[in-house]
Design a protein. Structure first.
Length: 163
């Protein structure tokens, strides 16, 4: 094939891209991290839905209160697994749980507002409304947790001539 021929004298060799579709290795790392986050999220969702359904249908608690309690149970599970597995390269500090609490608190507000609007204003059934809200909250909390709670600090770059 033409691309396998050596370049002629004075020509530059053809540029070969080792990244499929032009994606860099950090894109794959981000995708892998999001997949891990989603797997942990599935367990969070299961916990949230079990608690939510038990409180809503079994105990007759208000859907907003049941959602908040279920959210807290699922989010706690998420912190433990995400810290240990998804963001395992992160070296935490004393503020990591505080940052997590703030991100999850924002997620809870988003969840409650969406749930209320979907049920009260749009007439969506309560379990379906919770499922829809979780999609938005998952993306929001992944973004916040990756950027702030479990952020990675770049390695210091040596100055020219050092090292």
């Amino acid at each position: 094939m033409l691309q396998d021929l050596p370049p002629r004298s004075g020509e530059n060799p053809p540029v070969r891209h080792s990244e499929p579709f032009g994606l860099k290795p950090h894109h794959f790392a981000l995708a892998a991290q999001f997949i891990k986050f989603a797997i942990v999220g599935l367990s969070n969702t299961a916990i949230t839905f079990v608690v939510y359904t038990a409180l809503l249908k079994g105990a007759g608690i208000s859907y907003l209160v049941a959602s908040a309690i279920g959210f807290i149970a699922g989010a706690t599970n998420g912190f433990l697994w995400n810290r240990r597995w998804t963001f395992s390269d992160h070296v935490g500090d004393a503020y990591t749980p505080v940052r997590w609490g703030i991100v999850q608190g924002c997620g809870l507000v988003i969840d409650e507002v969406l749930l209320y609007v979907l049920v009260h204003d749009a007439g969506v059934e309560k379990l379906l409304a919770q499922a829809l809200a979780i999609i938005v909250v998952t993306i929001a909390t992944f973004t916040g947790n990756r950027a702030w709670t479990f952020r990675m600090h770049p390695e210091p770059v040596a100055a020219a001539g050092e090292g």
